[in-house]
Write a protein that binds this ligand. Structure first.
Ligand SMILES: Cc1cc2nc3c(=O)[nH]c(=O)nc-3n(C[C@H](O)[C@H](O)[C@H](O)COP(=O)(O)OP(=O)(O)OC[C@H]3O[C@@H](n4cnc5c(N)ncnc54)[C@H](O)[C@@H]3O)c2cc1C
Length: 376
């Protein structure tokens, strides 16, 4: 088959490599350079975890995890760092209870600890006396920016054509094929087209009025005293999520000095083209305060910060569906700030859809269909 993938972030680069590996003629379009910083997948790390309060996503992780391990094998790189993960909140907090229930019902091994026990086991952290901590070992972080580059390289090696720096401006389907037109003025026809455009997807299909909002999100790396660098390494410190405030963070990642801290809370809505991705001192200040509260031995110095985009659906469920009236165009988007860990699965499911017209790997759930998202 002759297939196009539009958008080579986490999702599109995964779809491209699966299709190329299966021997299809496949072309990947990316409006910027590969690994650029104007989308959602750049940077050094994204949390991967089973621990979701929502069993639908906990179950999807069962399918996604082996695909990440397979990617590490194929690329021969440590793209997944399994340092474990903790979620904590005051005892009895509904998010924490729901997380523990979802882990139990999915059969994922986990340990619930008091704050005192957790600080003994993970000396990097500071918890309040009334907080409870749930740890699970099958969690950690994905090297997101490196993953995009690795997947594109694997796809290229398997014969994919990569058109980086080429913006697609129009996608139109007939009963037999799909026309893809670029800003360079050329056009091509494909049997199937997968559109994984992230924040830029609504611009390609304005007539659909997709219920997507794009927000700017800042991440901050805070410096560490030499004395705590050991306990803040992935060997001794898991990724963490404060379920009561939605602040989260990482151990040192071996790429930037310091620990990364951010908040999973919708930021200011922006236009992905007009926004300059400028970092804000006030966001850094808040991150420094949280790092000081939660991690012993931070220096208060901002080592690095950058801006990334969330593309959000109103209920944070992804979109994975064919475009209305066009069964040969698949739209995949709305990862709502928690999607990187699923991009390999979304890419696999998209590539299987292209060859079978089926929604597989757990993506058949009605919650991913457009009709639900488009309802008022
Ligand atoms: C600060 C931050 C923290 C996050 N933390 C986590 C986390 O800890 N765990 C987690 O699982 N997820 C996390 N996420 C979410 C995750 O990173 C995203 O869900 C994921 O990267 C989305 O990937 P994507 O492929 O859909 O979009 P993108 O990576 O944005 O890829 C879309 C690509 O399509 C290209 N494109 C768009 N339109 C066109 C066009 N017309 N022609 C050609 N190319 C086009 C764009 O240039 C872009 O490269 C976080 C996101 C942010 C911003």
């Amino acid at each position: 088959m002759n297939i196009a993938v539009i958008g080579l972030g986490g999702t599109g680069s995964a779809a491209l490599r699966f299709l190329a590996a299966a021997g299809h003629k496949v072309t990947g379009y990316e409006r910027f350079e590969i690994g650029h910083k104007r989308g959602s997948s750049h940077g050094n790390s994204r949390i991967i975890r089973y621990a979701y309060p929502d069993p639908l996503y906990t179950n999807l992780m069962t399918a996604a995890f082996p695909l990440w391990e397979e990617l590490c094998d194929k690329a021969g790189r440590d793209l997944l760092v399994k340092c474990g993960g903790i979620t904590f909140a005051p005892d009895g907090h509904p998010e924490l209870d729901a997380t523990i229930a979802a882990l139990s019902s999915a059969g994922v091994a986990h340990t619930v600890m008091s704050s005192t026990d957790a600080m003994q086991r993970f000396p990097a952290f500071r918890f309040a006396a009334d907080e409870m901590v749930v740890f699970h070992g099958d969690a950690g972080f994905l090297r997101s920016g490196e993953i995009v580059e690795a997947q594109v390289a694997l796809a290229r090696d398997a014969g994919a054509e990569i058109r980086a720096g080429v913006e697609v401006v129009d996608v139109r389907a007939s009963e037999t094929d799909v026309l893809v037109r670029t800003a360079c003025g050329d056009f091509s026809f494909y049997d199937k087209v997968i559109v994984a455009g992230g924040a830029y997807l609504p611009m390609l299909f304005p007539e659909l009025a997709l219920p997507l909002t794009v927000t700017r999100q800042q991440i901050t790396y805070v410096g560490l005293d030499e004395s705590v660098k050991g306990v803040c390494s992935p060997e001794r410190m898991p990724v963490w999520i404060d379920a009561a405030t939605y602040w989260y963070g990482f151990p040192t990642d071996g790429r930037v000095d310091g620990v990364k801290v951010a908040r999973h809370q919708m930021g200011v809505e922006v236009d992905p083209i007009a926004d300059d991705r400028a970092v804000r001192g006030s966001d850094d200040d808040e991150a420094v305060r949280v790092a000081e509260k939660r991690i012993g031995g931070t220096t208060g110095r901002v080592v690095h910060s950058e801006v990334c985009l969330y593309t959000n659906t109103p209920n944070e469920d992804f979109i994975f569906d064919t475009a209305p009236g066009w069964g040969n165009i698949l739209l995949v988007s709305g990862c709502s700030g928690h999607g990187f860990k699923f991009t390999v699965l979304l890419g696999k499911a998209a590539s299987d859809w292209a060859t079978s017209d089926e929604f597989c790997h757990g993506l058949a759930d009605d919650r991913f269909r457009l009709h639900g998202h488009l309802q008022p």
